[in-house]
Design a protein around this ligand. Structure first.
Ligand code: SAM
Length: 217
């Protein structure tokens, strides 16, 4: 299978046709070999219009969702971004082509280990990955120029809002377990937050210390 051809088709039919036109996001998707982030048996499906299992009951997100969330960060280059939920590492890798540094947290060590190996294979040198509970963010590296959460939270997580710089967005799926709304919140000069609803979505749950994240606001 020619993965480069499959990747280009994916970008044309799933991303550009659905009106994502940010050229830097498109270029980052073209540069990122999604097939390396799934098990060998799933590689023929790596460029399909779907999320796929990555083990541990977790998923690699649908390419369109990765593109839409990345575009929602409104990146210009040079940012420091926090990602909660490394999973396969695919979203992290896409971000790594667009920003100066990605901080990413994964609670499942086996997934984090696998992602780290792919980052090494791709020589991604601007990623800091840690294993742990991402619901507390990454305080000693805050504030961030953007935060992206790739698991669904029942409420808007206050910890993440506290770790945003002025003008920086938080992109997060919020809502019940079976259906969330992708939100974009931006910290304004006066310390408030603008709020925009982007689309319906369905993510695996964001798990806090005591289960499905329960320290929202
Ligand atoms: N962005 C990923 C990708 O491209 O493969 C998809 C991530 S998957 C939909 C969500 C991930 O969030 C899972 O790997 C899950 O283990 C992780 N997760 C859930 N709760 C978490 C938490 N509190 N801290 C860190 N990671 C968490």
């Amino acid at each position: 299978m020619d993965y480069a051809v499959a990747r280009r088709r994916m970008v044309e039919s799933q991303i550009i046709r659905r009106s994502i036109t940010d050229q830097s996001v498109i270029d980052a998707l073209l540069k990122t070999p999604r097939h390396l982030f799934v098990d060998e048996g799933l590689r023929p499906h790596a460029y399909s219009d779907a999320s796929l299992p990555i083990g541990e009951k977790q998923t690699i997100s649908q390419p369109y969702m990765v593109a839409a969330m990345t575009a929602a960060l409104g990146l210009e280059g040079g940012e420091r971004i926090l990602e909660i939920g490394t999973g396969s590492g695919y979203q992290t890798a896409v971000l790594s082509h667009l920003v100066s540094r990605v901080y990413t947290i994964e609670r499942i060590a086996t997934l984090a280990g696998r992602a780290r190996r792919v980052f090494d294979q791709l020589s991604l040198t601007n990623v800091n990955l840690k294993v742990g509970d991402g619901t507390v963010g990454w305080k000693d590296q805050a504030p961030f120029d953007g935060i992206i959460v790739t698991a669904g939270a029942p409420e808007i997580p206050t910890e993440f809002l506290d770790q945003l710089d002025v003008g920086a967005p938080l992109v997060v799926p919020v809502g019940p377990l079976d259906q969330q709304i992708l939100l974009r919140l931006v910290r304004t000069e006066d310390g408030r937050f603008s709020r925009e609803e982007l689309m319906d979505c369905r993510f695996v749950p964001l798990i806090g210390e005591t289960g499905w994240m329960d320290n929202g606001c």
